[in-house]
Design a protein around this ligand. Sequence first.
Ligand code: PHE
Length: 382
Amino acid sequence: MTPPETPVSERPASETPAFDTTPLDLDGLESELLHAIDTASDLDKIEEVRVGAFGRKGRIPALMQEVGALPPDARKSFGQAVNRLKDRVGEALEAKQQALAGAALAEKLAQERADVTLPVRLGPLAEGRIHPVSQVTDEITEIFADMGFAIAEGPDIETDFNNFTALNIPPEHPARQDHDTFYFPEGADGARPVLRTHTSPVQIRTMLARKPPLRIIAPGRVYRSDSDQTHTPMFHQVEGLVIDEETHLGHLKWVLEEFLKAFFGVERVKMRYRASHFPFTEPSMEVDIGYAKVGDEIRIGEGDRWLEILGCGMVHPNVLKNVGLDPERYQGFAFGLGIDRIAMLKYGMPDLRAFFSADLRWLKHYGFAPLAVPTLAGGLSS
Ligand code: PHE
């Protein structure tokens, strides 16, 4: 704000220079500067006025150079008069500058006012989605970790020995044909590496690397040359393996039942064990889970429909021998479960192929918020 300026004619006589200031017209200069200050409309203009008055080539320094030309007795009172002029102009400048800065800030604040009723713009963290397969894998590992299982891993490209031979599937065994295996060219040892056709080779890796007691699960990708509405050439399994000295079929059934109840969040599940055959287990079983279909909704634990969800059995003595364990002392169970399949069942996703078609609309619909990490304490599928 500009302070009211004192008209030159009203100034006390003591401030009036006691000599003829013509052509050094101090009053004229002052009212000219004060007028310029008064009419400056923004911060740039006021800065121009300041430079014009006080700058190195400004009007006031120029005035001071004139002092030398004055008679000695006039210099003092002229110098004082110039100082008073400097003070008044300086004060007026500062006041105007503050007023303009305040007005500029007020205007900026008015323009940048936030409308708190506008919808929040979502950032990348809120937009991104976790794929159902990743989410369900986390749910599964969370449940088994709680039962004391450790996580084991193996590579997607496996040796023929780990994927087949050590699992009691020797060369020429018909089970090799069942798996629709993707083979690589022969290596130096004459064997062909494969894209693993199941997660069971992780059993072999684990038993070769560590001594019992063993309790592991191994989730991961597996590959078979197969493709239709319920089969894709790449899909996901989770392998389970328990080896100890007194492990029996009752343990296997308990573990699977506890797992399925926790996974589907139900009090009880209907399970059906069917005799089956896998070269690496004896006896071998396939497990079906009972469900009802009410409209589009699938209800686990009720109804009279059955869906096959996993293969399991007691580890075959030949497999134990192949990894150097004594079958007279050790035994255990193994199971293999299709992750994609139980994800479809739990979250009502009808077409397996959509899982891997990278369709953003599908992922937005079925995917999970990044921070919805499944925990037993916080809820598996919140
Ligand atoms: N590996 C078997 C499959 O892919 C499943 C399985 C695992 C069966 C472990 C028994 C024991 O079909």
